[in-house]
Design a protein around this ligand. Structure first.
Ligand code: ADP
Ligand code: MG
Length: 579
């Protein structure tokens, strides 16, 4: 959906004006598109690129030193006219002839071809390079019929770098052809795009499906399949590309390739990185060296949801040209800053490898504490949504998922450490670290503090008794207050933890067994957590929307009450935790 426009018909022209206004140091407006606003040496072969508008950073974003000399810009998804291309080419020509390069689409071929004829008539040397990287659009026997997608970039880059290196026209043309033959891409689409002013998408993909090989303007793909996981998609794309090698790459083992993982418009960079993670693993497993990859939006299709993967198979010369510097509004390479790679870091030794020196009793009770953590885990997992819901009323809604991440990490770490014969104290400290690392958020940090405090109080010497546990809980309360700086009544987890700790200590001091004392205290925690509904938050993320929170209990207090209740039930079931 495109939301911001004036008159739909003015969109392409207005975005060009704005683009130029924002990038005057690199480009200037001419009839039909843009050219460099910086000097190019006389006689240098000019690369003029172009195509429809709506594919930013293609094409205008790629004009500047080290890349294109000019870009002809058509209307939305429409080829520029022959006249537009001609005018841009005339403005970009430095006396060395012009190479016109564009994605291989019928309209573009026609208009760029006519522009070429016109330039030739005037005695300006001109040749066409229609980029044909999309392997899904025609078989390998009909390379010349393939469409151009994100592989435009590698072809443009190699061509322009050859021109900048002073190659003559024929040499630049040969580099361009070779780069095109060695660039292979495949894309998928999850949904179509909606042009400014349109009330429905230009094309659609059935919901939950993915069109494998669909073109950037909705050209039909190979098949529709259910949307796979990120890893499965990475595998699918890599396999297809490795089955479509350029003739002069007989075997990919030991080959070097630039990898582009391109987002088509509304796939998040974060998602792209998840996919790229697997792509890079797969290529490395096959002994392919990845050279200066790009992950991001390189050729888009408005707000289309989709991605494409490109492999640009290098030889020494093409690799040199890929590394060459470029400075354009959307694509930069090389930095004037000195960037000297760090030495590979020595692998950090596994700090948990040693078997701890805990007493047998402490090792034994470590198993009980692991059981208690698991009981906490199951109650948290059963309440993720509810905790998120109450956090969303005045906070940011992440309390459930934060607690989930935290307790999962704590259980995972504690499970490993039980196997390594850790004592209870060290196990709790480590589990607290794992919780804080993974949970994020305020409550994650505070739960980390709480488990560390408990672990410190309990130690690795003895199996903790009721008094030690109560002391540990009091220490957890103390440390959370110090770190979080909340006061009682501020509407935080402290408003459940403080009464819990007090009730636990009182009951134990009055001679109660741990099981009984814990249950009494857990009931107090539950009442106190419920009572936070009446409070107005004075600290934390809920404070700015304080009034909204009245009537809803504090999420951190609620989760604490749920956890201590579940641990109480665990103690009753197993009659253990502490001696
Ligand atoms: P975030 O607030 O960072 O999104 P969560 O949503 O996981 O973290 O946790 C929110 C809970 O953290 C609150 O409901 C409250 O109980 C607790 N909390 C926030 N700030 C403090 C603080 N300074 N001291 C004690 N508890 C706090
Ligand atoms: Mg939150």
């Amino acid at each position: 959906m495109t939301r911001l426009y004036n008159q739909p018909a003015d969109f392409a022209g207005e975005l060009t004006e704005g683009f130029v206004a924002a990038n005057r140091d690199k480009v200037r407006l001419v009839d039909g598109g843009v050219v460099r606003s910086t000097q190019t040496p006389k006689g240098e072969v000019a690369l003029v690129i172009g195509g429809g508008t709506g594919h930013y950073p293609a094409f205008c974003g790629l004009v500047g030193q080290g890349l294109a000399h000019g870009a002809a810009m058509g209307n939305l998804f429409a080829s520029p006219s022959a006249k537009q291309i001609y005018t841009v080419a005339k403005a970009a020509d430095n006396g060395g002839g012009v190479i016109l390069s564009f994605g291989n689409y019928a309209g573009d071929v026609l208009h760029f071809g006519m522009a070429k004829a016109r330039l030739n008539d005037e005695g300006i040397r001109c040749e066409l390079i229609a980029v044909t990287d999309d392997i899904s659009s025609a078989s390998v026997d009909e390379l010349e019929k393939r469409r151009g997608i994100a592989g435009d970039l590698t072809v443009f880059k190699a061509t322009a770098a050859a021109a900048a290196a002073g190659y003559d026209f024929d040499e630049v043309l040969e580099v361009a052809k070779r780069a095109n033959l060695r660039t292979r891409s495949i894309g998928v689409a999850f949904s179509g795009c909606t042009l400014p002013g349109a009330d429905h998408p230009l094309f659609e993909v059935a919901s939950g499906k993915m069109a494998l090989g669909m073109g950037i303007h909705g050209e039909p793909g190979i098949t529709d399949v259910a949307i796979p996981t990120a890893d499965d998609l990475a595998e699918m794309l890599v396999e297809k590309l490795l089955a479509d090698l350029p003739d002069d790459i007989p075997d990919f083992k030991g080959a070097r390739a630039v990898v582009l993982l391109n987002g088509l418009g509304s796939v998040k960079y974060e998602e792209l990185f998840v996919v790229y993670r697997r792509v890079s693993q797969l290529l490395e497993e096959r002994n392919i060296s990845i050279v200066e990859p790009e992950v991001g939006e390189l050729v888009t299709s408005f707000d289309m949801a989709g991605i494409s993967l490109t492999l640009f198979w290098l030889d020494d010369e093409l690799e040199f040209f890929w590394h060459a510097p470029a400075s354009t509004p959307a694509f930069n390479k090389g930095s004037p800053l000195r960037e000297i790679p760090l030495e590979d870091t020595v692998a950090v030794a596994d700090q948990h490898a040693e078997v701890s020196t805990a007493s047998d009793a402490s090792k034994q009770s470590a198993r009980c504490f692991l059981g208690a953590l698991k009981a906490a885990q199951s109650v948290v997992l059963g309440n993720v949504e509810e905790l998120g819901r109450i956090d969303a009323i005045a906070g940011d809604g992440d309390h459930g998922i934060g607690m989930e991440r935290g307790i999962n990490a704590a259980v995972e770490r504690a499970t490993q450490l039980v196997d390594k014969q850790y004592g209870t104290g060290s196990l709790l400290i480590e589990a607290g670290d794992a919780w804080a690392d993974k949970a994020g958020g305020t409550s994650g940090a505070l739960w980390g503090v709480a488990l560390s405090a408990l672990g410190t109080a309990v130690g690795d010497e003895e199996s903790p008794d009721a008094r030690t546990v109560a002391k540990g809980v009091a220490m957890a309360l103390n440390n959370i207050s110090q770190v979080g700086k909340a006061q009682l009544g501020d509407k935080t987890m402290l408003d459940a933890l403080a009464p819990f700790s007090e009730a636990l200590s009182n009951a134990v001091n009055n001679g109660a067994e741990l099981e009984e004392a814990w249950h009494q205290a857990a009931d107090v925690a539950k009442q106190s957590a419920d009572a936070t509904a009446d409070l107005v938050p004075k600290i934390g993320r809920a404070r700015p929307l304080a009034e909204k929170s009245v009537g809803t209990p504090d999420p951190g207090a609620v989760s604490l009450a749920l956890i201590v209740k579940a641990v109480g039930n665990f103690i009753t079931r197993t009659k253990s935790l502490a001696a």
